[in-house]
Design a protein around this ligand. Sequence first.
Ligand code: FAD
Length: 279
Amino acid sequence: MLPPIARRFVAGESVPEALDHVRACNEDGIAVVVNLLGEHYDDPAAARADADAYLSLLDDIADSGLDARISVKPSQIGLDASAELFEEHYREIVARADALDAFVWCDMEGADTTDDTLDAFESIAAEYPWRVGQCVQSNLRRTRDDLDRLVDVPGAIRLVKGAYDEPASVAYTDGARVDEAYREDLRVLFEHRDRGVAVGSHDPAMISLADRLARDHGTDYEVQMLMGVREDAQRDLAAQGVDVVQYAPFGDKWLSYFYRRVRERKENLTFALRAVAGR
Ligand code: FAD
């Protein structure tokens, strides 16, 4: 069972618990991207099982009438077995979303997966326009060039700073340089698109820049933040009329995700220690 300490960041272990969380967010005017926790399956059967779980999750979301999308990880639905298997599962999931009038996001993992992930995104978005969205990472040196190729693809783009430790040969490793790249990438997206921009950041400076750029260019955009992180800000932005979407993971493989959240910020560690101490 999911211990109370993990409930801040994880929406439960089961689909009904995840959907209860979506319902509570929707009541606050916040939509949700639901992610089934799991990654790095080199066994095709495990990748198939999670692809099936996403197909069934799409059905459950459609039946519930809730405002939710899903987000898959490439290595969860087959990329560690082969690029072909990943794309086959990804296409099947998006086809189901298309039939249900739903939407599928794809997370971005380590830099060695970027080419295969973007190739699949381009091909599937061409087949199912505006049914799919791809995460891209501003810390990667290549991203500015990738955006030139992606701005005209009929799919949404979630811009994030990037969560993976990458070598300096492929990524900016200095935080200020990553922030500069993020600002530049935001400008490119807002200048070249009138829809399909998701600002995947908790950073108030980036969220205000997005607001300014949207006013300048008339671009439709949303702010995406993680469950358990700046939830007050999520509610405040939603109350101001910004489209806010919370990324909420669920499932029994919650432990490593929870540790990642706790390790990345001192406040989160303090929260975890207080919860353990019962205060
Ligand atoms: P940071 O640079 O971490 O922080 C900047 C400022 O934001 C801080 O100074 C503070 O003011 C505020 N802030 C940040 N965190 C907190 C907090 N916990 N409490 C209070 N204030 C805070 N990465 C990937 O590599 N691939 C993905 O597919 C991916 N998907 C993501 C999806 C979503 C919806 C989000 C929000 C992030 C995703 N990430 C992904 C993670 C992302 O790459 C960053 O590692 C993460 O969002 C931290 O960067 P940041 O922009 O939020 O701000």
